[in-house]
Design a protein around this ligand. Structure first.
Ligand code: FRU
Length: 448
């Protein structure tokens, strides 16, 4: 197959060279490089075929090198997929932990039987060449209340122990996390679990991290009931503040992103002490609702900009890492009420608003980003014979006062940071032309 690069291919965000990408994995700063591994199906833009780990590395979070596919499903314990996981450095070696997915032959529902979910470890001295695989935990090692769905190990150092959190589905369809600890990263002891009744049937891709003096648990739950201004996508991802070792409750859950395309984020600490989050700017199982036309060109999906986390007013705030600002070339003032044409698909728009008066930013005539009466809206309004949202319609968030909007646009991706990143919307969009038209109507001032 030939790949048609150019149209819709991002300038600065990470995409697979061809095939399919989903979750970010093994995020780390190690050996002088930032490492971004990712769920990768090189054979197929729809995600079928072998599920591997692809690998990008960078010295500065701007120029990235694709080093290829570094983990293949090539052993009996991961024969049906090298699923998601994490990485930690110890004594100059990167230790990687992932889920080896196994589907047994036979008559199975693959929930209560027929599926193996193994925690497997490999090590690497250069981030690219992997050691032999070692299986550390199997389904028989997980608590009896678990179904076969247990996966996505996140490992971190705490005191003099290694700790691991896994996402799981119980036999009575409750999403939960399992905690383990270890002295040597090889033998792991079960320390307990956390779950919330009636808060999804499965929690994927957990993460435990500290920022701003607080500890948080991030999960990607499946099976939450949809609302007008929350849980609008097929699956969600968000975090709980784990104050004073409290167990999480449903009302503490804050969604990471309110846009159409965001799932399975992970965080890591870099050498500057920054807690950085990267998400998958996509979702599983959305094809019925909306599409990504790059499938016909041979690839699908992209990762978000690395976002630095901090805490403001009890919320985790996400800000594009400062390195991104170095990509700016020239500055164009925003003239409210006038159409501005940008050459190319990449821009960084910053708008400061002075009041809670209605605000509206229209991109390419069809994408309307608006604020009115305490509701922030991202909406696609298809033309007579165009639909740059490819089926995406409306996403909303409650925002008491609008102060700032920043839009990072790539060729077919928008990240909208509201009020300094207190709320974020990520979406794909597929304009036809090379340039972008922007019209801002606001009581405010801005620049592109
Ligand atoms: C989340 C997820 C993970 C799993 C991986 C498989 O998108 O379902 O739970 O490890 O994708 O690709």
């Amino acid at each position: 197959m030939t790949y048609i690069y150019g149209k819709w291919r991002q300038e600065v965000h990470l995409e697979p060279p061809h095939g399919w990408l989903n979750d970010p994995n093994g995020l780390s700063f190690f050996g002088g490089y930032y490492h971004v591994y990712f769920q990768y199906s090189p054979d197929n833009a729809n995600g079928d075929g072998r599920k591997c780990w692809g690998h990008y590395r960078s010295k500065d979070l701007i120029d990235w090198e694709f080093t290829g596919t570094v983990l293949f499903p090539d052993t009996p314990d991961d024969k049906d997929g090298v699923y998601s996981g994490s990485a930690v450095e110890h004594d100059g070696i990167l230790h990687i932990f992932y889920t080896g997915n196994v589907k047994e032959e036979g008559d199975h529902d693959y929930i209560t039987s027929g599926r193996g979910a193994n925690v497997i470890s490999v090590t690497t001295a250069d981030g690219v060449t992997m050691s032999e695989k070692q299986t550390l935990l199997r389904n028989s090692d997980y608590p009896d209340f678990c179904s076969c769905h247990v996966r996505d190990p996140k490992v971190w150092r705490e005191g003099n122990k290694w700790r691991m959190v896994l996402g799981a589905r119980t036999l009575d369809d409750t999403g939960c996390v399992l905690f383990y600890s270890s002295d040597d990263m090889i033998s792991w002891k079960y320390d307990g679990s956390d779950c919330i009744e009636d808060f999804g049937y499965m929690w994927e891709c957990p993460d435990v991290f500290d920022v701003g003096g607080h500890r948080y648990l991030s999960v990607s739950p499946q099976g939450l009931r949809h609302g007008e201004t929350k849980f609008q996508n097929v699956y969600q991802s968000g975090y709980f503040l784990l104050k004073d070792g409290k167990t999480p409750s449903a009302d503490m859950f804050v969604e990471w992103d309110m846009g159409f395309d965001f799932y399975a984020p992970q965080t890591f600490l870099d050498e500057k002490g920054r807690r950085i989050l990267v998400g998958w700017a996509g979702l599983p199982d959305v094809e019925a609702e909306y599409q990504n036309p790059t499938v016909a060109l041979g690839w699908q999906h992209v990762l978000t900009t690395p976002r630095e986390l901090s805490v403001k007013n009890g919320r985790v705030v996400q800000t594009p890492v400062e390195e991104v600002a170095a990509l700016r070339k020239k500055e164009i003032p925003v003239e409210c009420g006038k159409e501005t044409e940008i050459s190319g698909g990449c821009f960084d728009l910053e708008l400061t608003v002075f009041s809670d008066a209605p605000m509206r930013i229209t991109l390419e005539k069809e994408c309307v980003i608006g604020y009115q009466n305490g509701i922030f809206t991202l909406e696609f309004q298809p033309g007579a014979d165009t639909d740059i949202g490819c089926g995406r319609k409306t996403r909303r968030a409650r925002i008491e006062h609008l102060l700032e909007v920043r839009i990072l646009s790539d060729e077919s991706l928008l990240e909208i940071y509201v009020n300094g990143g207190e709320t974020v919307f990520t979406t794909r969009y597929y304009p036809d032309g090379d340039n972008r038209s922007i019209r801002v109507e606001a009581d405010g001032t801005g620049k592109i």
